[in-house]
Design a protein around this ligand. Structure first.
Ligand code: ADP
Ligand code: ASP
Ligand code: MG
Length: 454
């Protein structure tokens, strides 16, 4: 059994869904379980609807609902043009009912005048609910024995709306009950990614880009032989091709390297995707749905070792610095700092310490105000916004001082605010000004992989 996940661009319109159908048809003998994202752009549109409605702009929110309805119904109509008309009418009615519900939700939000993470999830989740219904109908119309499985019945999570934590044992149990029997009967289960529900059945989501994570969680729950992520690039590349146009395909990459790249900005994979797969040693492949015969990337334990495998980067990084003479020779100081971050549910990316100060970087500054108040009890706190991180990733990087010095030479004379080699020696992170991330990535790529023009 394999899990095959299609991202937003891979189901964005009629021709994309048709390509996805052919990918699945070619894999029927491997017993695929299909996971789909919302139609490309739909999640952004849904979140904007929730915002607009809650700010009292009901007319524009409702007109955006109608825009999405048109897009989904038009795509369904095209995909079901040759299906029996009663069958097509049922599908259109089901899709349309979801949009009626969405319009009522928007109206309710405009009356309330505010939106909670829980209602945001209720709205955001509609994208995958719609796309999965649409894909099932399209596959069935092409003789692929697809069956819809409501992801809310399988992806059991905690109550952290907006970025819920999956409960793997409950998911495994639900997958055995709702998904495995279908596979054993020769059917192709299709589930929406990103979407989950609490044990009480309240809708949650796994956070932006979370369909990759859904695929790996379902893969682990079902003991799949492989997890395939189908997207809009040829695989994992030596850098984001939007920033470095001549980035090259990586055919094989280690789990740990892929995981670091994802955490430091390689959006091609949600950062949590690797953990469930690595636990069971399930290989993860990344393929291009527009170029299905491409070689793709294999993420595996036994990739050949390199000093520098790829470069990632991200902007919008905030640095928090705590300076305290009390830190000098004192033990327990860092523990207290970390406890404060934990209390404010803020995860730290990079840490650097000196005798009397500690600098920490965070991606998500939502809880920054409370954090600073608590940290101020420990010493002087300063905050630097609009920083960025570039990360050099390679399993042998820690053993190559030549690679590290080449990296620093490549980005000279850019200002480096912080430098950190991960304990495993696999990741060199360099903190730069936010607007220097793209030029730094291009300079590093040129230094390690050859030509790359600014
Ligand atoms: P999907 O909708 O299929 O989940 P995403 O937009 O989430 O697709 O991820 C694919 C995008 O990730 C690519 O279009 C590319 O711009 C970006 N990306 C960033 N870093 C990398 C990288 N190292 N290799 C490949 N793609 C990358
Ligand atoms: N549709 C969701 C998003 O846009 C999840 C995903 O596509 O992975 O964030
Ligand atoms: Mg994605």
């Amino acid at each position: 059994m394999i899990v095959v996940k299609f991202g937003g661009t891979s189901v964005q319109d009629t021709s994309a869904v048709l390509r996805a159908a052919e990918v699945v048809r070619g894999r029927l003998s491997r017993r695929p379980v299909v996971v789909v994202s919302a139609l490309g752009g739909a999640t952004n549109a849904l979140l904007a609807i929730a915002e607009q409605a809650s700010q009292g702009h009901l007319i524009s929110a409702l007109s955006a609902v109608e825009g999405l309805r048109d897009r989904h119904l038009r795509t369904a109509e095209e995909l079901l043009a040759e299906a029996p008309s009663a069958q097509a009418a049922d599908v259109m009615a089901d899709l349309s009912a979801t949009f009626d519900e969405l319009a009522s939700l928007a109206e309710a939000l405009s009356v309330l005048g505010h939106v909670t993470p829980r209602s945001m999830d209720a709205i955001a989740a509609k994208g995958e609910m719609l796309s999965s219904e649409l894909v099932v109908a399209a596959f069935r119309a092409r003789d692929i024995p697809a069956t819809h499985v409501n992801a809310m019945h399988v992806m059991v999570t905690g109550e952290q709306y907006g970025r819920a934590e999956p409960l793997p044992e409950r998911i495994a149990e639900a997958a055995r009950r709702h998904v495995r029997p279908l596979v054993e009967r020769g059917e192709v289960p299709v589930l929406g990614g990103f979407v989950g529900a609490t044990e009480l059945g309240i809708v949650t989501t796994l956070g932006r880009g979370g369909s990759d994570y859904s695929a790996s969680l379902f893969g682990a729950a079902l003991g799949a032989d492989a997890i395939e992520i189908w997207t809009d690039v040829d695989g994992m590349l030596t850098a984001d091709p939007r920033v470095v146009p001549d980035a090259q395909l990586i055919e094989r990459i280690g789990f740990d390297e892929a995981s670091e790249l994802a955490s430091f900005g390689a959006k091609v994979l949600h950062p949590s995707t690797i953990a469930p797969a690595v636990r069971l040693g399930i290989p993860v492949y990344i393929y291009n749905s527009r170029n299905p015969s491409g070689r793709g990337t294999q993420i595996t334990f036994d990739a050949p070792v390199r000093d520098v495998r790829a470069i990632a980067g991200k902007q919008g990084v905030t640095v928090v610095k705590v300076r305290s003479p009390r830190m000098l020779l004192a033990h327990g100081f860092l523990r207290t700092v970390f406890e404060i971050f934990d209390k404010h549910r803020t995860s730290i990316d990079v840490v650097a310490t000196s005798e009397v100060s500690v600098s920490l970087t965070v991606d998500d500054a939502t809880h920054l105000d409370g954090l600073v108040v608590d940290l101020s009890q420990l010493g002087d706190v300063s905050v630097e916004r609009n920083r960025g991180i570039v990360a050099l990733v390679g399993a042998n990087l820690g053993n190559s001082s030549e690679a590290m010095s080449r990296a620093l030479a490549a980005i000279s004379p850019m200002k480096v605010h912080m430098l950190s080699l991960s304990a495993s020696g696999i990741n060199l992170t360099i903190l730069v000004d936010g607007d220097q991330v793209a030029p730094a990535m291009r300079a590093l790529h040129r230094a390690f992989f050859g030509v790359s023009n600014d």
